[in-house]
Write a new protein. Sequence first.
Length: 338
Amino acid sequence: MSAAALDRRTTLRNVASETKSILPEILSKILNLDTTVSSIHHSKYLGKLNPKDCPGYVLGIDDPEAGQKGTRIRVYDQDSFDTALEIQPGTTVSTLASSLQSVTDNSTLLPGNTALNHTSLKPITTDPASTDESATTLKPVAVLNLASEKHAGGGWQRGALAQEEALCYRSSLYLSLHHRYYPIPPQSALYSPSVILIRENMPAGHNLLYPNTPATDLPVFAVITMAALRRPKLNEGVFAYEDDVLLTKEKIRIVLRIAALKGHGKLVLGAMGCGAFGNPPREVAQFFLDVLQEEEFQGGWWEDLVFAVLDNAKGDFAGKDGTGNFGIFYRALHGVVV
């Protein structure tokens, strides 16, 4: 490892330590959102979406096909949380809590789910996403966490840097990734309804937003934690086994179903497994499109659907026409109506 890489790892370890030490102070000033709440959702219990529950979002007035049901996919070379901030600014602790005050918690969980409290590991009834999804409440953007199935937060406390670690450095996410869930089963995902952003992104220096931004004005997101296949066998750049194809598509369905069932009309996805896990980006991008075009997901389930894919190519090979993950996902998905 180079000296620069070692320095970066040390810096990130310090960021992780600071995140863990500052969160209790921040959370002590927030009385109406529980950042330790999460639940695990299993494919066999989720079932297919009911078209009667579809909100029926349509393309906006500025779109060439305005009024058509669905959303036009966008692909950004950008951090996941920054993308969520861009598509729905102003979703903060105070605005979300104010919205939730008007809804009575009915303590309902999706079938086959387990909700855990960080300290007691007992079922709880304070999950904002457990309320009646038909009620008019403000929903934060749901962000896909491209996760490790083995370790909560991946290697974030050791100074590692992939998308999951980037989310943990900047937020309260790790508080809801309970060790009881791990290893995450292949056809399961975690749902964290209240994740609070406390930092700027890494290029901006990972500066703390608090205390210059009061705790109640910090942004809030929901996070869906899904692990891709870990280093699947490939044959000439594609999945070697049909079972891996089927499982990857089912993982995508699980993410979409959780987002829809929890009432999130705005969703930030990513290049699932296309980094250290070695999944083939062209196939994964195509699988996202294939699944999104399935009948189950038609009719306008999402108002905004954005892929946040940081470009891993440089120079002439970078950009939307390049060979990196961003270029591959951009060409496969950007501008497609689903």
